[in-house]
Structures are given as C-alpha cells and as structure tokens.
Design a protein around this ligand. Sequence first.
Ligand code: CUA
Length: 126
Amino acid sequence: MKRTKAVVTMLVVLGLLGTVGGWRRVASAKAPASAEVVIHLTAKKFEYTPNEITLKKGVPVILEITSVDRDHGFKIPEFGLRVDVKPGETTRVRVLPDHTGRFEFRCDVFCGSGHEDMAGEIVVVD
Ligand code: CUA
C-alpha cells in the first residue's frame, strides 16, 4: 500500500512537471492538473511495459505511451479506445475506468512475428 502511494505521488509530480500542451489541455478540461495521474507505458516488439496497470474505478488517468522501436497500436476494446503509437512521438489518452474488472489491451498494428502476443491488462478495482 505504501509503495503504491509512493508510485502514485511520483507520477503526479511527473505530471505536474510535464509541459506538453496535450496533457495540460486534457487535464484542465475537468480538474486541476494535480488530480489526474499520468501513467507512462513503453511499447516495443513485442511487449508493453508495464503490462499490467491497476486503476481505481471512477478515477481518470492519462496514459502516456511511447514506442522505442517501430509503429505499434494500443487498443482496449471494452473501453472503445484505440490509438497509434509511433516512435519519436508520445501518445496521450485519457481513460475513465467506469467499471471494475480485468480488461485486455493489445497491439493492433502488425509489428512482426510476436505481434499476436503483444498485450497487457488493465485491472480496475473499487
Ligand atoms: Cu506491436 Cu503489433
């Protein structure tokens, strides 16, 4: 529990340090900048790091995704969400987890022989 809090605090601090317009625009739409945690994901052949993310139901977060090698995709079918993830760019997407459960995210841009296994899970808890 303590460790989780530390991680969240760190992410909030990182979010506040962020100077990119996209993030600020999204954050200021609904709440003060400090309210939305930024979670960074790295995509590479053929995995996401981290490959499991735990979110709290009803608490929006910003996923910030970068690729270290080539084009990938990021899709969460149950959330009706998909984005492209390109090397040299940062893709930001706001997620509001509105029900509990485990939801798969996966790469939906063919990226090589391990593409089919490039996936992870979002765990939404109460
Ligand atoms: Cu990464 Cu397909």
